[in-house]
Write a protein that binds this ligand. Structure first.
Ligand SMILES: Nc1ncnc2c1ncn2[C@@H]1O[C@H](COP(=O)(O)OP(=O)(O)OP(=O)(O)O)[C@@H](O)[C@H]1O
Ligand SMILES: [Mg+2]
Length: 263
C-alpha cells in the first residue's frame, strides 16, 4: 500500500534518513522501531508530506505521492498523528472530533445565514459520528470535557478518534504509548486491532514499548542511523543481533555523552 524507495532526508550535513526503503502492506499493522535518533519520526514526516525529502520516492499503491502536502494526503486517506498530541485544548472532546472533516457548509459566514437547515443537518450527522467514535474508544464519558484536561493517554485516544471521523485508509501513529499508563495503552491497542480488523485500516506505528509492538505488529521494521536494519516478525526482530547491537550502541553512546557532560 505504501512503498518508500531509497529515502534520504538530510539536515545540513546530517543524514537523519540515509537511504531507507520500506513497504507497508495493505491491511497490516506494521511496527517501526529503533533507538532514539534513528530517523523514524523523520521518515513519517516525509511520508506524510510534513517534510520534503532530500531524495527518494514515496508511493501509495501505484501512485507517486512524494512531497504531496498533508491536506492532499488526508483526502487520499493517509493520516498521521504526532509524537506529541496536537489537541485543541480549550475545545471539548466532542468538538475536537466534530471539527475534523473539512469543507463543512457552516465554515463561511455567508452560508451560516442562507443555509441554516443544511448546516443543522450536517452538524447533527457529525455529532452522531462523534458519538459513535467516542463509544468505540470507550471515552464517551469524556465527551464534554475540555481536551486540555485529558491525561496523556486519553489525548492519544482522542487523536485516534480524530482519524475515525474521516474514512482513513492508512494511519501513521508516532509513539502512541509515550507517557500512557498500562490500562489505557491496552485500550489503545484494542482500538487499533479493532480498527484494523473491522474497518480495514492499515497502520504503521512507531513505538518504544516492545510488549505493545509484539502484541500488535507484523511485520516489524527496525531502523538505525537513518537506515533499515531488519524487517521480520516481532520475535525475530527482538532477538536479531544487529538490532540488539544498535540499541546497545546508542545506549552506550548516550551514557558516554551523559558522563562527559557530568564531568
Ligand atoms: N529539523 C531538524 N533539524 C536538524 N536535525 C533534525 C531535525 N529533525 C530531526 N533531526 C535529527 O535527526 C535525527 C533523527 O530524528 P528523528 O526524530 O527522526 O528520530 P526518531 O527515530 O524519531 O527518534 P525518537 O525515538 O527519539 O523519537 C536526530 O538525530 C535528530 O536530532
Ligand atoms: Mg521520534
Amino acid at each position: 500500500m505504501i512503498r518508500v524507495e531509497n529515502l534520504h532526508k538530510h539536515f545540513g550535513g546530517f543524514r537523519a534518513c540515509d537511504g531507507a526503503s520500506i513497504e507497508i502492506a495493505e491491511g497490516s499493522i506494521t511496527g517501526l522501531i529503533g533507538p532514539n535518533g534513528a530517523g523514524k519520526s523523520t521518515l513519517f514526516n516525509v511520508i506524510a508530506g510534513v517534510l520534503p525529502p532530500t531524495s527518494g520516492r514515496v508511493f501509495m499503491g501505484e501512485e507517486e505521492i512524494t512531497g504531496l502536502p498533508p491536506h492532499e494526503l488526508f483526502h487520499k486517506g493517509l493520516l498521521r498523528t504526532f509524537q506529541i498530541a496536537h489537541e485543541f485544548s480549550s475545545m471539548t472532546v466532542r468538538e475536537n472530533l466534530m471539527m475534523v472533516p473539512g469543507g463543512q457548509t457552516g465554515e463561511t459566514l455567508w452560508n451560516t445565514w442562507v443555509k441554516r437547515a443544511q448546516i443543522a443537518e450536517e452538524e447533527a450527522k457529525l455529532r452522531d459520528k462523534a458519538e459513535e467514535v467516542l463509544e468505540f474508544l470507550t471515552i464517551d464519558h469524556l465527551a464534554d470535557e475540555k481536551a486540555g484536561n485529558l491525561s496523556g493517554g486519553q489525548k492519544k485516544l482522542l487523536e485516534l478518534g480524530r482519524t475515525m471521523m474521516v474514512d482513513a485508509k492508512i494511519v501513521f501513529l508516532d509513539e502512541v504509548g509515550a507517557g500512557v499508563n498500562r490500562t489505557l495503552l491496552r485500550t489503545i491497542g484494542d482500538a487499533i486491532i479493532r480498527l484494523n480488523e473491522e474497518r480495514g485500516y492499515t497502520f504503521c506505528l512507531i513505538e518504544h514499548d516492545m510488549d505493545f509492538i509484539g502484541r500488535l505488529c507484523d511485520p516489524v521494521i527496525c531502523m538505525a542511523e537513518g537506515k533499515v536494519l531488519a524487517v521480520g516478525k516481532a520475535q525475530e526482530i527482538m532477538s536479531n543481533e544487529r538490532v540488539i547491537e544498535a540499541y546497545l550502541g546508542t545506549g552506550l553512546k548516550n551514557r558516554a555523552k551523559t558522563e562527559a557532560t557530568a564531568e
